[in-house]
Design a protein around this ligand. Structure first.
Ligand SMILES: NC(=O)c1ccc[n+]([C@@H]2O[C@H](COP(=O)([O-])OP(=O)(O)OC[C@H]3O[C@@H](n4cnc5c(N)ncnc54)[C@H](O)[C@@H]3O)[C@@H](O)[C@H]2O)c1
Length: 342
């Protein structure tokens, strides 16, 4: 049975097993759909394209380089050329099939081509399904990561649980860090499920819950006036660690959450120990020994979450009880020491 969420007016998330009977939202005047994908998800893009063939007059396929190599101005320019050749117009649809890199890119192209066309996103990674494809933030890397982009809600996000379950283990593991994050900031049941089932926790149970957490936050604060900041739990220090070590995003966020948990424990008596234990039990990293403390601090200071007043961190008083506040240099040291950076 499909589960549905609505992050915004005329934007819906459908979570199903297999593709929904009709992939594209009902819309007048559509003549064409352009499917953007990367090589590792060709089979999924084929299945989506087959289905679209029955729904729209013409389907064109656009393959882009894998991972972050897709999120460049050069690739965007190439896609614009292809859309121009194909004559993709106002009433047509851009469909992005793949991980967060493809849905960020496809969403951005849709937001900007002929001043904006409809997008449909089919996230194939767990992180994409619970995070990147949800919430209407699109973008590419230019002069820095995600510095060029647009807020543009997809008309529809299609999450196929079969695809997520079939994804390679490292991708599922990385995604589980973002699901745990969603649990700690907004849904204690996610935390209970992971405690009970560990690495065997069914994605079918936790993915819709994590999507619901993000949808709620985004509905309350689409353009990041403030509330959306709670989604950055684990990210202040996580980003620094990710940039410095080159480790996958989800793993760095896991370490970042352990660090933020330590500050939360110190300040509010939060049970940071059981957060770290849970992450560890899932096979996620909770320490980043060997990194230079000063280098991490420099990166945190440069991070966009820094205001002139200092470094802001997302902290927890309890599961689902979030505080965003400035932290002192001593608290930052404590956070880093908790994950082996001293
Ligand atoms: N817009 C947002 O709000 C938001 C939020 C979080 C992250 N992001 C972005 O998301 C991106 C990271 O997304 P990601 O973690 O999905 O990484 P990714 O898109 O780079 O995908 C990682 C690898 O997995 C492959 N892959 C994806 N699904 C697969 C599947 N089902 N089977 C086999 N291989 C598969 C991809 O082709 C790629 O090789 C970053 O660019 C980040 O900036 C955006």
């Amino acid at each position: 049975v499909a589960q549905r969420f609505q992050p915004a007016e005329r934007s819906e998330v459908i979570i199903t097993r297999g593709l929904p009977d009709v992939v594209l939202p009902v819309r007048a005047g559509r003549e064409m759909a352009a499917v953007i994908s990367q090589v590792p998800v060709t089979a999924v893009a084929d299945a989506v394209s087959d289905r679209l063939g029955a729904e729209v007059g013409e389907v064109i396929r656009l393959e882009v380089p894998d991972r972050e190599a897709a999120k460049t101005l050069a690739v965007v320019g190439d896609l614009y050329n292809r859309l121009a050749e194909a004559n993709l117009g106002r009433h047509d649809t851009v469909v992005a099939v793949g991980g967060g890199a493809v849905t960020d890119l496809g969403g951005f192209v849709a937001a900007t081509w002929v001043r904006g066309v409809e997008s449909v996103l089919v996230p194939t990674s767990v992180l994409g399904a619970v995070d990147a494809a949800i919430g209407g933030k699109t973008g590419i890397n230019h002069a820095g990561k995600n510095l060029v982009g647009a807020f543009w809600h997809p008309s529809r996000v299609v999450v196929d649980l079969d695809v997520l379950e079939a994804a390679p283990l490292p991708l599922r593991l990385e995604g589980s860090a973002e699901i745990v994050k969603a649990g700690y900031i907004g849904d204690p049941e996610i935390v209970r499920l992971y405690r009970r089932h560990g690495g065997d926790t069914p994605l079918a149970e936790v993915v819709p819950r994590a999507v619901a957490v993000k949808v709620d936050v985004v509905r309350a604060d689409f353009r990041e006036g403030g509330g959306r900041a709670i989604l950055n739990f684990g990210h202040t220090i996580g980003h620094g660690i990710e940039t410095l070590s080159g480790m996958p995003h989800g793993f760095a966020v896991s370490i970042g959450m352990a660090a933020a948990g330590a500050v939360s424990a110190h300040r509010y008596g939060f049970d940071g120990g059981s957060l770290t234990e849970l992450l560890f039990s899932l096979g996620l990293p909770v320490a980043a020994g060997g990194l230079s403390r000063q280098a991490v601090l420099d990166l945190i200071a440069r991070d966009k979450k820094r205001t002139s007043a200092g470094v802001r961190m997302v902290l927890l008083r309890g599961v689902g009880d979030v505080v965003v506040d400035l932290v002192s240099p001593a608290e930052l040291d404590l956070a880093l020491a908790a994950v082996g950076i001293s």
